[in-house]
Design a binder for this molecule. Structure first.
Ligand code: SF4
Length: 418
């Protein structure tokens, strides 16, 4: 099996940083950061959770010892436990998952196991929050490494969004127009904190995923004159552009500037206000990489994730969610060549699962999502051993009032499904 981990260990110099070859626990002891990988240059908020020291025994175990420990713990815990693995997790973790998918698929998968006492979410913090919101109160949702945040989600904090909202209300007022549409509807991407989902629930807004963003924007435009879309500018821009909205009607909101860096006139003309957030993993993809793939493989099919910048999406043959990408690969005739612009663990796994195709990552440099990469089998073994001993480590709990409002926004999304 050629996992990303095995590539990193064999050739650390060929990756975006040789620090990837170190155990993630090395970075738990350093000043707060997202760790090595694509988002390592981003700023981690002061309020982000901190991972404590992983017991040394888990840092010293061989991969085989960790595997045996995880398998034994899962066997003993049986139906009391469900382990969820995001597509972007390393293979060494994914192989222990009962369900593998994107964040929303996994939250729904957890709902199929209402009797499980513990849901171990091998993903990032906002995903564990969503699972906690949707699961029963008695179920404990566990994030094996608390440092596994999401740098994009962390680019929109609730205080900045509330400040933005107050500034927008001062300009637009709060009264609906003659068609009953309110001045602005907040839309948050699934990749956001529970507090932002709750904000949307409380302000007539909604959640979207990368699969249903267009449906959700249509829902919002039926109810509002314009949309405030956070935190990912690229998903918002790519989706709105495909719906025919001009770029000049999509000003960016930079929370560090008055009026988000805009003047009142442009805000009045706006259809979609784009928060100044992005995914550092998908921002690595470039038009030059697409051109190089086409030059080297004239018949290549280029598929990128809509979190990529607009010029990259425009240069690609298709764009879509992780689920879209997986299905496109599965449905293609044998012998298809794919250049894929999304997180390397997913691309590498698709290449392993589909030897009938040629599949490679658009970015020739191996650079996984640094926050996803904080989950290592050592942390998974540690939290499972804790459960065996009656300890719940790293529980993620969303306050009931926040969870209630966030659930409203999530339920609107489910109801908006075409
Ligand atoms: S890939 Fe991007 S959006 Fe996904 S968890 Fe990593 S930083 Fe966040």
């Amino acid at each position: 099996m050629t996992s990303v981990d095995s590539i990193v260990q064999a050739a650390p110099a060929a990756t975006c940083t040789p620090d990837l070859a170190d155990g993630p626990w090395t970075f738990d002891l350093q000043p707060p950061g997202y760790g090595p990988g694509a988002s390592m240059g981003d700023t981690i908020p002061d309020a982000a959770p901190r991972q404590g020291v992983l017991p040394e025994a888990y840092t010293r175990m061989s991969p085989e010892e960790l595997d045996a420990r995880i398998v034994a713990a899962k066997r003993t815990l049986g139906d009391r436990l469900v382990v969820l693995g995001h597509f972007y997790q390393r293979d060494e973790v994914v192989k222990h998952a009962d369900f593998v998918g994107d964040s929303f698929q996994l939250a729904n998968a957890a709902l199929t196991r209402p009797d499980a006492e513990a849901i171990v979410f091998c993903g990032v913090h906002f995903m564990a929050e969503t699972a906690d919101i949707l699961s029963r109160d008695e179920q404990a949702v566990i994030l094996p490494n608390l440092a596994a945040g999401c740098s994009m989600a962390d680019m929109a904090d609730i205080d900045s969004v509330e400040q933005c909202w107050a500034e927008l209300e001062a300009i637009y007022g709060t009264e609906p127009d003659a068609d009953g549409r309110v001045p602005v509807i907040p839309v948050t991407y699934m990749n956001s904190s529970a507090a932002l989902k709750a904000f949307c629930g409380d302000h007539g807004g909604i959640v979207c995923t990368s699969s249903n963003a267009a449906t959700v924007l249509e829902w919002a435009f039926e109810r509002g004159q314009r949309v405030l879309f956070f935190p990912d500018q690229h998903l918002g821009r790519n989706t709105a552009k495909a719906m025919g909205i001009g770029l000049d009607a999509m000003p960016m909101w930079n929370p560090r500037k008055p009026l988000g860096g805009n003047d009142e006139a442009s805000l009045r003309d706006a259809r979609v206000l784009l928060w100044h957030g992005f995914c550092s993993v998908h921002r690595r993809f470039t038009v030059a990489q697409v051109e190089q793939a086409r030059a080297e493989h004239p018949d290549v099919r280029v598929i990128v994730h809509p979190e990529c910048p607009m010029p990259v999406v425009d240069a690609a043959d298709e764009s879509g969610s992780t689920d879209y990408i997986r299905k496109a690969v599965e449905a293609a005739p044998a012998g298809t060549t794919f250049a894929i612009g999304t997180e390397i663990n997913l691309v590498q796994r698709l290449a392993e699962e589909h030897p009938e195709h040629t599949i490679f990552c658009l970015d020739p440099v191996v650079c996984p999502c640094s926050t996803m990469y904080r989950i290592h089998p050592g942390y998974l073994a540690w939290v499972l051993d804790g459960l065996l001993e009656g300890r719940v480590e790293n529980r993620i709990e969303v306050a009931p009032e926040v969870a209630g409002s966030a659930r409203v926004a999530l339920e609107r999304m489910l109801a908006a499904k075409p």
